[in-house]
Design a protein around this ligand. Sequence first.
Ligand code: NAP
Ligand code: MG
Length: 402
Amino acid sequence: MEKIKMKTPLVEIDGDEMTRIIWKMIKDELLLPYIDLKTEYYDLGLEKRDETNDQITIDSAEAIKKYKVGVKCATITPNGQRMKEYTLKEMWKSPNGTIRAILDGTVFRAPIIVDSIKPFVKTWVKPIVIARHAYGDIYKNTEMQVKGNAKAELVVTDEDGTVTKQLIHNFKTPGVIMGVHNIDESIESFARACFNYALDQKQDLWFSTKDTISKKYDHRFKDIFEELYENEYKEKFKENNIEYFYSLIDDIVARIMRSEGGIIWACKNYDGDVMSDMVASAFGSLAMMTSVLVTPDGNYEYEAAHGTVTRHYYNHLKGEETSTNSMATLFAWTGALKKRGELDNLSELVRFSELLEKAALQTIEDGVMTKDLAILSEVENKKVVNTRQFLIEVKKRLDEIL
Ligand code: NAP
Ligand code: MG
């Protein structure tokens, strides 16, 4: 077979630890033999981020703005322990946070569903997609520790010098405060992305906040969604026989558990972070989840929803065999290649990506899987394979269907 040609480069963002190893295996076994892969490469491995004072992270986000499609490997967000492990100059911020702050947008996370793996929640028969606002709130916060006997205030100074103040708390004893923000424009583009995605998928959209407690902040989110829905989307939703439903987050959480799925659940940034991990785990595993950031100006960044799987990586370094699930990372690649193909009118690239996904799903249906799935799968005669063997098995099936 002649290798598939590409037109525009894909922004390739490499990462850390076990996922970095999987990244290379996927390229070597499943992509490079079939595609004349054209990428612009950014190494976001922690050493390189430290060496470039994190400029490389900013550059990678700018590259996505330029080329419109990127694929990102999981990366370490350093903490105190990583500072020592990598002798870092600084405790660099979360690369995902930095990239999302530059690109803005919404992260859509959907479970990768396999017949032989049943969700832990018995009623869920259809996927639940989490749409997570990717800008602001505590991910762009300002925090302080306060000593006792101090007055903390919110102060806003307008362009013309007008000052508005509000008391946060009169501290008698030590405590903490935090300032967070969001921007109407970003909330609106979040709402728009969710409404469009719901129409595209022909699925109901649920949105939740805590507006009874946060009467200004969360209420603003609710109002912006409501206004946009009434003015631009209500008719289209009716035509497509789908529903937009707003409720308090506690109510939605309870309803989700009782639902049969088939819903897009729009969440504020923090809610989406936490709830997508819960939903993914309930559908089986964090490694069985796709994740894509869609920006207001139509750029796409595909990634895995899980981390760098540190525990497996340390075993790998000790020379021990690992059985790490590569599905989410593989689907990040196929998602990005498919989108690149769509934008560049390369039907062969789109087709290849779809067949690769099919081969990967077939492998698990056939009973060949990594350790994490073996406890979940209902297939008889399971064969648990190591990290590389799984990809080789996918390749076998890919070659058959090609
Ligand atoms: P993690 O890498 O997601 O792994 C947590 C545990 O989940 C693993 O130890 C493993 O369980 C299981 N797991 C996750 N992905 C798996 C896979 N593909 N196959 C099989 N099992 C999998 O989370 P973490 O250990 O909390 O974080 C590790 C590093 O990743 C941290 O430095 C963190 O900053 C970073 N992180 C990055 C991203 C990102 O870039 N998107 C997201 C989250 C965390 P067992 O050990 O029981 O097998
Ligand atoms: Mg998370």
